[in-house]
Design a protein around this ligand. Structure first.
Ligand code: HSE
Length: 360
């Protein structure tokens, strides 16, 4: 099957290397690169060459940024290409439009690599949602921030030193404020919530960065047998749901607390399956590229099957579903996450959230 790759960053290079060397089921006919960057004959600069080539079955979007990736995905679906993407910002931005285009065209839009790197959380959510009412999805969904917090927790390292190290290791976004400020996780928890609850999700929900977490704060929680993980959190009850992004207080001996380095964890609760915790590398070229390869195989294997994921507009955002105790600076306040984030933003202090009913 002939495919085209958009972009040639770390994930794209790992993807192309894997396909070229180890996967005979796909042939990369084109790699779209910025003008002047081509270093081999299949590298091209014009997206139209891909869109008008009837041999291309899958467009694999591995671009960073937002606008070009979103536009190319729209154009690819309109040109009747299946799409596999790793770009969470672009997918989240155009989620309703892109999934509608895919649905109407009976095309596949696969996006495992957008959330949790190699962790098969999207596939699992889609599968579980066939036979469960999924009532929560929590996740450590950012390798950069997990790396920083883990090093602060285990080695008492300093925030700024660990951010530099995460950048050096290639985990952080081009602009790491997207990681530490929560934009990256907000895209991921939004995509996961939509996939779990099969509905479109509001773009207005509470997001609190982890940049105010200090070694001193972590040490304070350590004395009480707890630590902090940066998480996307989402709950559903019937057609109501709530979600957010926040530093979460967990028990120091829990699996969550001990998710190391660039690893991520997806924590799903369904009414039949109970708790499922999925764990693996959440950032980095090779692990993320592996999720892209799996999506390409899923498209190929199910190319003549109408995708079974449909999304509705029936969900209602209800912030009261996510309540807990917020440690806002020196004070412990009980309330909804939305309320606590508003207070912490107003006071410009660190917020750590202990979620009601979350056992770890
Ligand atoms: N910057 C992201 C992270 C890359 O650190 O998790 C993977 O989405």
């Amino acid at each position: 099957m002939k495919i085209a790759v958009l972009g040639y960053g770390g994930v794209a290079q790992a993807f192309c290397k894997y396909i070229d060397e180890r996967d005979e089921e796909f042939e990369i006919k084109y790699i779209l690169r910025r003008p002047g960057k081509a270093t081999e004959p299949r590298m091209i600069e014009d997206i139209n060459q891909i869109l008008t080539d009837n041999e291309i079955m899958i467009v694999v979007d591995l671009l960073g940024g937002l606008d070009a990736s979103y536009q190319y995905m729209r154009q690819a679906l309109a040109a009747r290409k299946h799409v596999v993407t790793a770009n969470k910002a672009a997918l989240c931005y155009g989620f309703e439009e892109l999934t509608t285009l895919a649905d109407k065209g009976r095309l596949q839009l696969r996006y495992e690599a957008t959330c949790g790197g190699t962790v098969p959380i999207v596939a699992e959510l889609i599968s579980l949602s066939r036979c469960n009412e999924i009532d929560s999805v929590f996740g450590i969904l950012n390798g950069t921030t997990n790396f920083i917090l883990y090093k602060m927790f285990k080695e008492r390292a300093e925030f700024s030193d660990m951010l530099k190290e995460a950048q050096r290791l290639g985990y952080a976004e081009a602009d790491p404020t997207s990681d530490i400020g929560g934009f990256d996780v907000s895209n991921k928890i939004s995509i996961l919530s939509a996939s779990a609850y099969r509905g479109y999700i509001t773009k207005q929900f509470p997001v609190y960065g982890m940049d105010k977490i200090t070694k001193r704060l972590m040490d304070g929680f350590a004395v009480t047998g707890k630590t902090i993980k940066y998480m996307g959190v989402s709950k559903r009850c019937g057609n109501r749901y709530a979600l957010g992004v926040v530093p979460v207080v967990v028990n120091a001996g829990s699996i969550e607390a001990n998710v190391p380095l660039n690893y991520n964890m997806g924590i799903i609760h369904g009414d039949n399956c109970g708790d499922i915790k999925l764990y693996g590398q959440g950032a980095g070229g090779r692990p993320t590229a592996d999720a892209v390869v799996r999506d390409c195989h899923t498209v190929k294997e199910t190319i003549n099957v109408v995708p079974d994921y449909i999304f509705t507009n029936d969900l209602v955002y209800d912030p009261d579903l996510l309540t807990g105790t917020g440690y806002v600076g020196q004070e412990a306040i009980h309330g909804s996450l939305e309320h606590l984030v508003a207070i912490a933003k107003d006071r410009e202090v660190a917020l750590a959230f202990e979620i009601d009913g979350y056992i770890n």
